[in-house]
Design a binder for this molecule. Structure first.
Ligand code: FES
Length: 230
């Protein structure tokens, strides 16, 4: 693709959710190669209203986690608004092939496999958690789930988004079952540890876990290990 774009030295495809390489890994890779600038072209159709917000917050988080060596990063606008989009769509439609006809067998009702999964991870997508970057957490978890084959490894893990899980002050929050462990202030590196130690190793990660104490809790910081109160 880079050969068609005269000002582009290198082009790669990546995924914001469920695919490899992830957008985060791709950006870290490009940062390591020392390019003068990075341009992200989101191929999201139709463009999700929250995507640019997610993108901005995710870039901030990733740059905070890896503070040095970043070139300027630009993000292209909605590709569907380009004047070239309609001709491209027309050319694509013109080249459409006939899809194979699926003949229902009419005999057996559809069947489903019951997955041998004992773990459930809920990622809160309530208002406070969204504002704290829950989408980035969700995207990272889904990428790791794919890469580490979490659906079948360990006890088998299914992941899902949820509405508010309750402890909004700990946003972003996720909860791991069957223990029902709450994790707060979750980041991508925290996800990596929770996957390794809890989902695959069956050990709760105390650094990010919050136990029900019967009292209100705040997010812990490194300088404030025990911040229960109120
Ligand atoms: S919005 Fe996530 S816990 Fe309330």
């Amino acid at each position: 693709m880079a050969a068609l774009l005269p000002d582009v030295a290198h082009a790669i495809s990546c995924f914001s959710e469920q695919g490899q390489p992830s957008l985060r890994d791709a950006l870290l890779d490009l940062r390591g190669r020392g390019f003068a600038s990075i341009l992200v072209v989101p191929l999201v159709l139709p463009m999700e209203p929250s995507f640019m917000n997610w993108m901005t917050k995710s870039l901030k988080r990733w740059q905070a986690e890896h503070p040095s060596g970043w070139p300027p990063i630009r993000v292209a606008h909605d590709i569907a608004k380009s004047p070239h989009f309609e001709p491209l769509l027309a050319a694509t439609v013109a080249g459409a092939a006939i899809a194979p006809v699926v003949v229902p067998d009419g005999v057996k009702p559809e069947a489903s496999l019951i997955p041998a999964q004992k773990r459930r991870v809920l990622v809160c997508e309530g208002g406070a958690c969204n504002a704290a970057g829950a989408d980035a957490i969700w995207g990272h978890l889904r990428n790791v789930q794919e890469r580490r084959k979490l659906r079948v490894n360990g006890s088998g893990t299914m992941t899902a988004k949820s509405t508010c899980l309750g402890p909004c002050a700990l946003a972003p929050v996720m909860q791991v079952f069957p223990e029902g462990t709450y994790y707060g202030g979750v980041t991508e590196p925290a996800i990596d540890r929770i996957v390794e130690e809890h989902l695959l190793g069956d050990r709760v990660v105390d650094d990010f876990a919050y136990q029900p104490t019967g009292r209100k809790q705040r997010l812990r910081s490194k300088s404030q290990p025990d911040s229960t109160g109120d």
